[in-house]
Ligand binder design. Structure first.
Ligand code: CP3
Length: 344
């Protein structure tokens, strides 16, 4: 019989020997080993394009931290990049598209065969799966259509979302056309990741909180929900995690065919547990900045575990890891969660 993966068991709400833990952005700059590989690759995007080196940094947190799951090393923005949009990562400033979407022609020109051009990602998955211990899982991922569309229209990170909001309120048809195109490509991309060996899928909706309630469901959640439902129909054995960041006030309206709800740190775990805990396994949600202090880690873990009580829960941060964290504190967190929740 094949060795069970504790993370996958937990995604389906089955009892596990302890609560599995992994951390969003667990591969990255706070690890000197990551910095060394990125240097060898040349740049961040060169690293994403290199399957051998991407596989190496995917596996680093499993070896160094002892987390229960690896997450594919890549970026959500390789998808619009392969749809034909030139992308640069400027040091200290984050991602930037040189020609953001503006016209109908820009929309027409998007390359709908992008999922076939992402072979370097599928290669990375195959290499990781060959090296990953059998009891650990590999999570594949994509950005939600809304979060990708925001980057494609704004061209970079934004505080006001003014360009993309102008589109949703002045020209909603344009937005829906773009979201439909992205949904097709993202679904194909995730299906290819599953075929390459991904054991679970997470969809990141990092800019969810930019939208008022009705707009959120119209322009984001409904698209994520559809992608998830389509994948679940074809691959019921692959757990799907949806992570909409910052929509704690809309939990009453959350529904759909997926397995795990990612709770961000701004949404109290108590509230998520009360509203969604009987329908979905919950993942999260330690405030990432608690990693700056061991006392803050201790009390943060206790608060979360008191609510979840070792059931239907995957431990994670409530958003990504910060670059200047002390790795020893990260190791401390992982061990502590696994030990505190271990059933004797
Ligand atoms: O979690 C992991 O370890 C897997 C790898 C991963 C990265 N990006 C690597 C990365 C994942 C899952 C992502 C997802 C991603 N990328 C999201 C969604 C999650 C979230 O944080 O909300 C978003 C919004 C992006 C877009 C993106 N990529 C931004 C805004 C930035 C710059 C911000 C920053 O932290 O510098 C990136 C760059 C990026 N993606 C880095 C890493 C490790 C840092 C690049 C570097 O090495 O310099």
């Amino acid at each position: 019989m094949a060795t069970k993966k504790i993370f996958i068991e937990a995604c389906f709400g089955r009892e596990t020997e302890y609560t599995p833990v992994w951390l969003m952005r667990q591969a990255g700059r706070y690890l000197s080993e990551y910095m060394a590989v990125r240097k060898k690759a040349g740049s961040f995007l060169d690293l994403c394009h290199n399957p051998e080196l991407s596989a190496e940094v995917t596996l680093q947190p499993v070896d160094i931290l002892g987390v229960d799951s690896a997450i594919l090393f890549s970026d959500i923005l390789v998808v619009p990049n392969e749809m034909g949009m030139e992308l640069n990562f400027l040091t200290g400033e984050g991602p930037q598209f040189s020609k953001p979407l503006q016209t109908d022609e820009d929309l027409e020109n998007l390359d709908m065969s992008a999922s076939q051009k992402l072979n370097y990602v599928y290669e990375t998955i195959k290499i990781v799966k060959n090296k990953l211990p059998e009891n650990k899982a590999l999570i594949g991922f994509a950005g939600s259509p809304w979060t990708l569309a925001t980057y494609m229209i704004e061209g970079e990170g934004t505080k006001t979302y003014s360009k993309v909001k102008k589109v949703i309120y002045q020209n909603p048809d344009y937005m829906h056309k773009l979201l439909n195109k992205l949904s097709i490509v993202v679904e194909e991309y995730l299906e290819n990741q599953i075929k390459a060996g991904a054991d679970a899928i997470q969809i990141f909706d990092s800019w969810a909180s930019a939208l008022e309630e009705s707009a959120y469901f119209e322009f984001s959640w409904n698209y994520m929900k559809k992608i998830s439902a389509n994948l679940k129909k074809k691959y019921p054995e692959i757990p799907i995690i949806l992570f909409p960041k910052g929509i704690g006030a809309y939990l009453d309206k959350i529904d759909g065919d997926f397995d795990v709800f990612g709770v961000d740190w701004g949404t109290p775990m108590r509230l998520a547990h009360e509203k969604l805990g009987d329908r979905y396994v919950l993942q999260g949600n330690l405030e990432p900045s608690r990693l700056y202090s061991r006392e803050a880690i201790d009390s943060g873990i206790d608060e979360i575990l008191k609510i979840t009580n070792g059931k239907r829960h995957i431990f994670n941060l409530g958003h990504g890891m910060l670059p200047d964290l002390d790795r020893e504190n990260v190791k401390y967190l992982v061990k502590l969660v696994q030990n505190k929740t271990r059933k004797k």
